[in-house]
Design a protein around this ligand. Structure first.
Ligand SMILES: Nc1nc2c(ncn2[C@@H]2O[C@H](COP(=O)(O)OP(=O)(O)OP(=O)(O)O)[C@@H](O)[C@H]2O)c(=O)[nH]1
Ligand SMILES: [Mg+2]
Length: 283
């Protein structure tokens, strides 16, 4: 169980396809956990522990909860990374371009997919994996577009991991030379730590969230390749400095590709779509 958000380490994810009955995916031991190995806080705790308990006279070290926790969490991440590489190998073999969409709940991940998929579909086969704690709402929205989609319900889990995606892709009829969009669980923290085997991570932030978010949640912006600022149609009504937000995001990761869009009005979408199409063709 994650100390921070209560994400279960022993649960099973449930996969649902629109129109089909449910089936359970049993997540193997340790694959669905909560690493915080590269949080400075956790590592400081270990260093501190060693400082405090180093000398016991007999040269031994205490190995209490703090130390064991870091070792286990590193193991969880390592297991995930190995499986993510297997997913990546599969995607590369079939020439599938995979995007992992990350954001807080409600920033507009599904809305953005609803806008870009009909256009992408004209040129490439598209499939979608939807991640949410509960409901098939997002999968139903995507299903309405006529593309292959599967919903992963993580229950108390707050992120997708490589094992869940591995199971999901076995259930999808993925075509060669296609686009696969993965919508992660709405959460600006944990999904950033789990490689799924994607080609690119796309982080979405909306103008109602505050322009300081890249500084407060740096990991996700650091890990992302693309940042999309959404809901710019609301800029006149909220206190949000888009230039400052961009500056903050680039301070965390100067390689970020930055786009400003309104999924609602369509502003800025052509630019992002053009960029995506170019990447797909190159791929
Ligand atoms: N004003 C405005 N509203 C938007 C825009 N994009 C999305 N929304 C609204 O934001 C709300 C959340 O959008 P979703 O696409 O469901 O967000 P999400 O990130 O998929 O949410 P979760 O899957 O729950 O994490 C919906 O009511 C959308 O209509 C936008 O550009 N402008
Ligand atoms: Mg959604």
């Amino acid at each position: 169980m994650c100390d921070t958000c209560g994400c279960s380490s022993d649960g099973g994810a449930v996969l649902r396809k629109p129109g089909e009955s449910d089936y359970h995916v049993h997540v193997s031991e340790g694959a669905h956990g909560h690493p915080h190995t590269h949080s400075g806080e956790e590592l400081h705790a270990v260093d501190h522990h060693h400082e405090m308990h180093h000398d016991h006279g007999d040269g031994s070290h205490h190995h209490d909860g703090a130390v064991r926790k870091v070792v286990l969490e590193q193991d969880v991440l390592q297991k995930n990374n190995l499986l993510a590489e297997r997913n990546r190998g599969y995607f590369e073999a079939k020439n599938i371009f995979v995007l992992n969409f990350l954001s807080s709940p409600g920033s507009g991940k599904t809305s953005l997919l609803e806008k870009i998929i009909p256009l992408m579909q004209q040129r490439f086969p598209v499939a979608v994996i939807e991640g949410d704690q509960q409901t098939t709402n997002d999968a139903d929205r995507i299903h309405a577009l006529g593309v292959e989609v599967i919903q992963i319900n993580t229950g108390s889990g707050c992120h997708l991991d490589a094992l869940m995606v591995n199971r999901a892709i076995r259930e999808l009829d993925l075509q060669d030379n296609s686009l696969l969009c993965i919508e992660n669980v709405g959460n600006l923290v944990c999904p950033a730590l789990f490689d799924l085997g994607e080609a690119l991570k796309v982080v979405i932030i909306s103008v109602t969230e505050g322009d300081d978010k890249p500084l407060k949640y740096p990991t996700i912006f650091h890990e992302a390749d693309i940042c999309i600022l959404n809901k710019i149609d609301l800029l006149p009504y909220v206190e949000f400095d888009a230039a400052k937000c961009r500056e903050n995001a680039l301070r965390v990761n100067h390689h970020l590709e930055w786009f400003e869009v309104s999924v609602k009005s369509g502003e800025g979408l052509a630019e992002w779509q053009e960029w995506l199409e170019k990447r797909l063709v190159r791929h």
